[in-house]
Ligand binder design. Structure first.
Ligand code: SF4
Ligand SMILES: [Zn+2]
Length: 346
């Protein structure tokens, strides 16, 4: 399995796109919660070499490598990107600085550049900055920036179930490595956010819900918040191949709400902002109720209650959960969510 994953994912990287190295992948703003207060967060994705695991094999759902530069990006090019990101963070108290890999991996983001970026954000008045990292790079020596905003380290746990991590996600992460990284981050004064997946390949809808709930409950004592990430179809991934072959369907939005409902008492904030929500490539329901649920999830993410939406497709979702044991994998007949009415929507 792992060989097939590696072969497929690496084949997709044979012709790297001609990315402009002096420009970030993207910048945008989004509403966020900082110390129980709603703020406008400044977000940027820096173009880097990307995730080392993606270069070796990569996770089944991850298309981040589409935005990366094989061989890496020089510090000068990173500084040119940063010169465009910094003005975007003016007046922002909260920043999210993504790469398509690990900000704390010094072979991906050189420490001198990271320290410069942190110092400049600090000087610009940014109070908190979120970065992502694989657990193996979460060490005090990789976060020793001097003057810097408070740090929040987001770690992709994906699942706390070893079999799911290994066979469904294709990620070589050990539970001990995850908890050690949480301790390291907190010892260095950072807070920790965990990403947990909803419905990686080869799980049916009910199994996916159970696995996400179990993973969140297990992670909660070690982290400060959890983002539930419904798997979506990214370009050139194993998930995209399964999706095109009709062997995997994106999770229902009802399932997202169900996981959030079942983890309400886990002790930390759990929320979801589904990428591609409401489309066939992201978490969706029947299409009639999608927008109401997505709006409800946004309100919940910003501190509101769980969405209270009614729709007749909920009965079909419940039937699917009940039939989990006798259905194959995580795929559904096209049109099932709409009661087999109406056209296809991509
Ligand atoms: S999900 Fe994370 S660890 Fe997996 S390939 Fe993508 S960036 Fe790397
Ligand atoms: Zn519906």
């Amino acid at each position: 399995m792992a060989d097939a994953f590696a072969e497929f994912v690496n084949a997709a990287k044979q012709e790297p796109a001609a990315h402009p190295l002096d420009q970030p992948v993207a910048t945008w703003t989004e509403r966020e919660v900082l110390d129980d207060e709603q703020v406008e967060a400044g977000v940027a994705i820096l173009r880097t070499r990307g995730c080392y695991w993606s270069i070796r094999e990569g996770c089944a759902m991850c298309g981040y490598f589409n935005d990366t530069v094989p061989g890496g990006v020089s510090t000068e090019a990173l500084q040119a990107q940063w010169a465009q990101v910094l003005p975007h963070l003016a007046e922002k108290r909260y920043a999210k600085i993504y790469t398509s890999g690990s900000f704390l991996d010094p072979t991906e983001v050189p420490l001198d550049f990271a320290a410069q970026a942190m110092a400049e954000m600090h000087a610009a008045g940014v109070e908190k900055v979120l970065v992502e990292s694989l657990p193996e790079f979460v060490h005090a020596r990789h976060m020793d920036y001097g003057a810097a905003p408070a740090l929040e380290v987001a770690i992709g746990l994906e699942s706390a179930t070893p079999l799911v991590l290994d066979k469904c996600v294709n990620k070589r992460l050990k539970w001990d490595g995850f908890t050690r990284a949480c301790v390291n981050a907190r010892t260095a004064g950072a807070s920790v956010k965990a990403y947990v997946l909803l419905k990686p390949p080869f799980l049916n809808e009910a199994q996916a819900i159970d696995d996400a709930v179990t993973s969140i409950e297990r992670a909660a004592p070690h982290v400060d918040k959890v983002s539930l990430n419904p798997v979506n179809v990214q370009r050139n991934t194993v998930v995209e191949r399964l999706f095109r072959r009709g062997e995997w369907s994106a999770p229902w939005l009802w399932s997202v709400v169900e996981v959030l409902r079942r983890t309400r008492e886990c002790g930390v904030r759990v929320y979801s902002d589904p990428t591609g929500g409401g489309t066939q490539r992201g978490a969706h329901n029947c299409s009639k109720c999608d927008q109401a649920l997505l709006d409800g999830l946004t309100a919940h993410r910003l501190g509101g209650p769980l969405p209270a939406v009614a729709c007749d497709c909920r009965g079909r979702w419940k039937a699917l959960l009940a039939q989990g044991g006798v259905r194959r994998d995580g795929a559904e007949s096209r049109g099932y969510r709409r009661g087999f009415r109406g056209g296809r929507r991509f």
